[in-house]
Design a binder for this molecule. Structure first.
Ligand code: 6PG
Length: 238
């Protein structure tokens, strides 16, 4: 396998290309194995991608299983909830509702919520917990999902989901761990905007420093099938 670096010139074309690639992966999975499972990203980048995807998909949504790459430890109706964002931008606009497994960020015991989600992963994806697609974002500090620089969870080799503090100390997060993300058949990392240009260059061309730049765990692992999708602004320093 290898890294595919793709860059759309404008943000609008980035969004269209993201939808094209994500949906094509799903259609291929449904054709080849009769189902499609994906983990969704949180943050702002996926919002416009989700809105376009909802109206421009060739998927049979009844046989789609959606999980989350991470979640903030807040209730689903909280403005910071990744599930809430996904409900507003994707799920409520779909012609049919897929199977959706949200992480229970409202659980006052995040470790317990992570254990519960591990059971959901194994039940919905099989004991291996293998996703067809992991959709990931990229933070300016090099984090992806809620795998933040220097976090203990970066070294987790057994669990499929874990609780971890967000660097701002504001709230706990739930996140898929490195093993389950590395097991995905395909990974698409979405990174748009000038604020990502410097970290994109460090991740792609800089020295390997996976604890400082966790997204390198996937983008620089050439045994994985990874696409790093950029726009002109985030590709500007390459
Ligand atoms: C989250 C995401 C996180 C996000 C990056 C990029 O819950 O916030 O999982 O990893 O993808 O922080 O966020 P933006 O798309 O807002 O730049």
């Amino acid at each position: 396998m290898s890294l595919e670096l793709a860059a759309a010139d404008t943000r609008e074309n980035f969004i269209a290309e993201a939808v094209r690639r994500i949906d094509a992966c799903g259609v291929r999975s449904q054709q080849e194995q009769g189902r499609f499972s994906a983990s969704l990203s949180g943050g702002n980048t996926p919002k416009d991608v989700n809105r376009l995807w909802a109206g421009r998909s060739a998927l049979d949504w009844k046989s789609v299983v959606l999980l989350f790459g991470d979640e903030r430890c807040v209730p689903p109706g909280h403005p910071d909830s990744n599930f809430g964002m996904t409900e507003q931008t994707l799920l409520r606009n779909l012609p049919e509702r897929p199977t959706v497994h949200r992480m229970h960020g409202e659980n006052p015991d995040p470790e317990n919520a992570a254990l519960d989600y591990e059971k959901v992963i194994r039940t919905s994806l099989g004991s291996e917990g293998r996703l067809d697609l992991a959709i990931l974002g990229l933070g300016p500090d090099g984090h992806t999902a809620s795998l933040f620089p220097g976090a203990e969870i970066l070294s987790e080799t057994k669990k499929l989901c874990g609780a971890t503090p967000a660097p701002d100390g504001k709230m706990q997060r739930l996140t898929l761990t490195v093993p389950v993300l590395k097991k995905a058949r395909q990974i698409i990392v979405l990174a748009a905007g000038a604020d990502k240009a410097e970290v994109v260059n460090r991740i792609v061309n800089g020295p390997l420093m996976e604890r400082e730049l966790p997204a390198q765990l996937f983008i620089r692992d050439h045994s994985l099938k990874v696409t790093l999708l950029l726009d002109g602004a985030s590709a500007a320093r390459l």
